[in-house]
Design a protein around this ligand. Structure first.
Ligand SMILES: *[C@@H]1O[C@H](CO)[C@@H](O)[C@H](O)[C@H]1NC(C)=O
Ligand SMILES: *[C@@H]1O[C@H](CO)[C@@H](O)[C@H](O)[C@H]1NC(C)=O
Ligand SMILES: *[C@@H]1O[C@H](CO)[C@@H](O)[C@H](O)[C@H]1NC(C)=O
Length: 454
């Protein structure tokens, strides 16, 4: 009995060793065929499981293999290395870091022209949609799909993004920033701040909620608009409305905070293990789901009545595709309810989290650079006038001078140094190698394993 278990275990280990050895051998051969310098790592470093166990395999690898084989490449096996190491690995290993592992051949690139090619040649470099799972929690959407399905999602969502709506975003941003500074003046009696992280999140969420979804959110202590309707009262309320245990803003920030546990924890564990983080994650998700189901039903009625929200009216366009005309919606496209809610989630999330982080990071940088802060103030005074009323600022008139001033420079520099999105994963199709004119690049692939240009 014992001996047959040993035998089976031995056979399994041998099979694994063979599979890994063979895969590594094949990916090294492919890496060689590109003509680019390449690095070898023993395990696919971006796999979700190996990421979690990197504290085990990284030290073993470093112990068993001479230093010169890992000292550079180990930097890009760490989680979020882009934040920690920034350009350093590229400075050490070159503009393109090609990595061969047993299961994946992967390229990190810092070459702007090549990045442009990879991101614009959609058919040649599709998204590895399996890496986007976290964003399809509520339903598939424009970010998590590819090919014909992606084109359908894009057709529905893209008309909302235009210059006319940018002007509206500008106006809403002014109103909300005034709400935020009033709130600060009311609450920060001694004039010191410990963090602005939460407030920049609320600022950006309030802007997208209004411009994108017609939901007018306000700051604590700020009165609701005089013409507030029942819907405004429900979503802006600082007390959870009936059937809810969290406010709308709380449900969104709760999901953002608990994205990882929500994605990684099997529902059996999430529902039954009495840990605070699971309880909070579940509560946020249930509340958000309920808000979105109610919002969808309300919007279907609006659309059937012919009502339209201000601005981008994202939910309105999504709903119109499936519920208008009573016969398969606008332009024959039919999104499922889950896809409508999935896209709304992406627009809420993508519409505020990244922007909020850039505002947060810029404020930190400005706080640490008083000279830059003074130059910023000078430019603002020159462009908008030192004592002008923000209500009179005009987007079309001012936008290009703002973009060319310290305002634009700070935004650009923050995006460069602390990008809110660090990776745009792309892959090549299994059977077709891709060539690139710049710099004679070839992202190779193997039979079932995808080369991955990141
Ligand atoms: C300002 O108020 C905060 C919170 O009330 C407190 O923690 C901080 O120590 C105060 N700072 C000063 C300079 O009094
Ligand atoms: C890990 O990734 C694989 C494929 O890349 C996926 O099938 C699996 O569901 C992921 N696991 C979790 C917990 O996300
Ligand atoms: C910031 O970047 C934008 C877009 O590339 C550009 O139009 C603008 O001129 C830049 N601003 C500054 C001050 O460099």
């Amino acid at each position: 009995m014992i001996s047959s278990i040993l035998l089976l275990t031995g056979a399994f280990v041998a099979w694994l060793a063979f599979k890994f050895g063979y895969g590594l051998h094949r990916n090294i051969a492919l890496a060689k065929s590109t003509g680019l310098p390449y690095q070898v790592v023993p395990i696919n470093p971006i796999n979700n499981v190996t990421q979690a166990f990197r504290f085990i395999w990284l030290p073993i690898w470093k112990l068993l293999v001479p230093k010169k084989y890992w000292e550079d490449v180990v930097a890009v096996c760490e989680y979020n290395w882009q934040f920690r190491k920034q350009f350093e690995p590229f400075a050490n290993m070159g503009q393109n870091i090609l990595i061969a592992s047993p299961t994946i051949l992967m390229l990190h690139t810092a070459d702007p022209e090549f990045i442009h090619q990879v991101t614009s040649r959609r058919e040649d470099f599709p998204k590895p949609t399996e890496h986007y799972k976290i964003l399809s929690m509520f339903g598939h959407n424009i970010v998590t799909t590819e090919g014909a399905v992606w084109r359908m999602h894009r057709k529905v969502t893209s008309p909302s993004f235009n210059e006319k709506n940018s002007a509206l975003v500008f106006k809403a941003a002014i109103d909300q920033a005034q709400g935020m500074t009033d709130y600060w003046l009311r609450t920060q009696k001694n004039g010191s701040f410990h963090t602005v992280e939460h407030d920049t999140m609320s600022l950006a969420l309030n802007i997208i909620s209004y411009v994108g979804f017609g939901l007018r959110l306000v700051w604590p202590g700020q009165p609701l608009p005089a013409d507030a309707d029942a819907r405004t009262i429900k979503y802006a309320s600082f007390e959870p409305p009936s059937k809810h245990t969290l406010t709308f803003s709380e449900s969104i920030s709760g999901i953002l905070e608990h994205l990882l546990p929500l994605l990684l924890t099997p529902s059996l564990v999430l529902n039954n293990v009495p840990l605070r983080v699971f309880k909070e994650a579940k509560e946020a998700r249930e509340n958000y789901e309920l808000y979105m189901e109610e919002f969808l039903r309300e919007k279907v009625q609006d659309v059937r009545r012919g009502d339209k929200d201000i601005g981008m009216d994202i939910m309105g366009s999504l709903v119109a595709t499936s519920y208008q005309d009573g016969q398969g919606g606008k332009a024959g496209i039919q999104l499922k309810d889950s896809e409508i809610i999935g896209n709304a989630f992406i627009m809420f999330l993508a519409g505020h989290e990244t922007t909020a982080n850039v505002m947060h990071f810029s404020m930190l940088e400005l706080a640490n650079n008083p000279a830059a802060q003074r130059r910023l103030q000078q430019d603002i005074d020159t462009i908008l006038g030192p004592d002008s009323d923000p209500a009179t600022w005009n987007y079309e008139e001012k936008i290009s001078s703002m973009q060319g001033s310290m305002l634009g420079a700070i935004m650009n520099e923050t995006l460069r140094v602390m990008p809110p999105v660090m990776e745009v994963p792309k892959k090549t199709t299994p059977t077709k190698a891709q060539t690139s004119s710049q710099p004679s690049l070839l992202a190779g692939t193997a039979e079932q394993d995808h080369g991955c240009a990141r």
